[in-house]
Design a protein around this ligand. Structure first.
Ligand code: ATP
Ligand code: MG
Length: 242
């Protein structure tokens, strides 16, 4: 047996984060195994975005450790985590609305300086997301919510992540587009990219996740396979209002 195969790509251990003295995360621990889609679900204000931001280096941790591919990263600034293979598609997408689709993609590769590699990356993204090929010269801000989310994911992939973190990719998207976005996430995962997916839409998220965690008031309260959580009565009570 190769022990390396068992090592998580991401290990968050007992992480606490506070904002101006108010604790938002309390000893949060979670793991993503290589090749997995892991969902982090929970209602508004429970600490989902804070968790992703801590992993990305956008929130400082008060306590705890974050290891990426076995290496401690909790002391590194965000821009030093990106080249290691950590990419965050933030809540609300944060595209450059007045720039074209192509420019947005180029800017996603800001940590890469090989021009040829960047243009190859753009070709790959246009092949993976045909809608972006059609809209290559359109201004990002004039696209529909679903199209913008595709662009945000493609831009996140331009950094060539090993772990792609997605913060509420279904936010602001027409219901029929949500499954398209989830399909894309699955396709990206099939290319070997591990995924940490934050969602309020827990049904959809858990249906594509290998493993899931439920967060409530800054603490992980449940974990299990996507399927187990989907059928767990406590989860149903807490989040589906059943
Ligand atoms: N910049 C900030 N300053 C102060 N408090 C913050 C800040 N960002 C988040 N918080 C607080 O931290 C807690 C967790 O917020 P977080 O954004 O992580 O929740 P969330 O689960 O992502 O919620 P949502 O589903 O609404 O996006 C909340 O109580 C929130 O008010
Ligand atoms: Mg959030």
């Amino acid at each position: 047996m190769n022990a390396m195969l068992k090592e998580p790509i991401l290990r968050v251990a007992d992480v606490s984060v506070s904002y101006s003295g108010v604790q938002a995360l309390q000893t949060v621990s979670l793991r993503v195994m290589p090749g997995q889609i892991v969902a982090l679900v929970g209602g508004n204000g429970n600490g989902k975005s804070t968790t992703l931001r801590a992993v990305a280096g956008l929130n400082e941790v008060d306590a705890g450790e974050i290891h990426f591919q076995g290496q401690p990263v909790h002391g590194l600034p965000a821009h030093k985590r990106v080249p290691l293979g950590l990419s965050l598609v933030p809540e609300g997408r944060r595209l450059f609305p007045r720039l074209t689709v192509l420019r947005n993609l180029e800017l996603g590769a800001y940590t890469r300086d090989d021009r040829q590699e960047v243009s190859d990356g753009i070709e790959q993204m246009l092949a993976l997301f045909p809608i972006l090929k059609e809209r290559a010269t359109q201004l990002a801000g004039t696209m529909s919510g679903g199209e913008q989310q595709m662009l945000a994911i493609a831009r996140g992939l331009m950094a060539r992540p090993k772990l792609l973190m997605l913060d509420e990719p279904s936010w602001g998207i027409a219901p029929k587009f949500v499954s398209k976005v989830l399909d894309v996430i699955q396709r990206v995962n099939e290319t070997g990219v591990s995924v940490l997916l934050v969602e309020q839409n827990l049904h959809k998220a858990l249906s594509i996740a290998h493993h899931g965690y439920v967060i409530q008031t800054g603490r992980i309260v449940l974990e299990g396979s996507g399927d187990d959580l989907l059928h767990n009565e406590d989860v149903k009570k807490a989040y589906l209002g059943l």
